[in-house]
Write a protein that binds this ligand. Structure first.
Ligand SMILES: C[S@@+](CC[C@H](N)C(=O)[O-])C[C@H]1O[C@@H](n2cnc3c(N)ncnc32)[C@H](O)[C@@H]1O
Length: 256
């Protein structure tokens, strides 16, 4: 939902590209490992990746399964990620072909393009916090789109299916993520380019934190996320810290 006078960088190509760069950073690699460990993808499954960006998590699921998944569908509001998925298809082993899919969609509106129980499981990396809803009558941002998204994910995941996702902690220290990445910049391939990438991400981080402070984006305490999951009908909620302690990874199950 576009709100007059409010900037949304997420659909822009420039912003999409800035976040492709984070995959090289050690905190992100830790987060990916933690997410894939809890996802534990298995042969024949169809996974949904919400806010998939360039497809690092989707590709990780594919490789973890040894290419045995039925399909992985990535959803993101930035159309530029379609090209990243095309590149990813060409680099993954074994090649996924059209079993690695990209769909450009704004999840703040729900998940209407997908039928009930369309997926075995869902995953999401640092994305669902950006489900946004502005209550024009009240003149304020609310968590309605976030809450609805949790319920919508449960609708599109089959009974018994898992939802494994990461979200940033309240008031994330972006500098802590950058700091933990410094050793990889020193002596790395193309260090200036990597440094520029980290700098761009930090700039978007400032925007994200400012919007979270005014209630548009949602960096919530773990207990609040857990309560929201239970309110949306999810069961067996667990979480752990990752990403240089700047994100929680959650795992929960759709009891049906
Ligand atoms: C921090 S990036 C993470 C990308 C990817 N999951 C990863 O791990 O590299 C957040 C992603 O959420 C996407 N996003 C933000 N708001 C969205 C929305 N309303 N609908 C769909 N995607 C959204 C952005 O375009 C971006 O790709």
């Amino acid at each position: 939902m576009a709100v007059p006078g409010v900037v949304n960088y997420w659909p822009s190509t420039r912003c999409a590209k800035a976040f492709w760069g984070q995959h090289d950073l050690p905190p992100y690699r830790d987060l990916l490992t933690d997410t894939l460990d809890w996802a534990a993808p298995a042969a024949g499954e169809h996974w949904l990746d919400l806010g998939c960006g360039g497809g690092r998590v989707a590709g990780g699921l594919w490789e973890r399964s040894g290419g045995a998944l039925a399909a992985v569908t990535g959803v993101d509001c930035a159309a530029a990620n379609a090209a990243a998925f095309a590149r990813l298809r060409a680099t993954l082993t074994p090649p996924p072909g059209d079993r690695l899919r990209f769909r450009c969609h704004d999840f703040s509106t729900g998940l209407d393009p997908f039928p009930t129980a369309a997926f075995d499981h869902a995953v999401s990396g640092l994305s669902i916090s950006y489900a946004e809803h502005y209550d024009a009558a009240a003149g304020r941002w609310t968590t309605a789109a976030y809450d609805r998204l949790l319920a919508e994910v449960r609708r599109v995941v089959r009974p018994g299916g898992r939802f494994v996702f990461s979200v940033n902690v309240p008031d994330p220290a972006w500098a802590a993520v950058a700091w933990r990445s410094v050793p990889t910049l020193v002596g790395a391939d193309r260090p200036v380019q990597r440094l520029k990438g980290a700098w761009r991400m930090m700039r978007y981080g400032r925007w994200l934190s400012a919007e979270a402070r005014r209630g548009r984006f949602h960096y919530l305490p773990a207990a609040t996320v857990a309560d929201k999951l239970r309110a949306a009908g999810w069961a067996g909620v667990e979480y752990r810290l990752s990403y240089a302690r700047q994100a929680f990874v959650f795992r929960t199950t759709n009891p049906g």
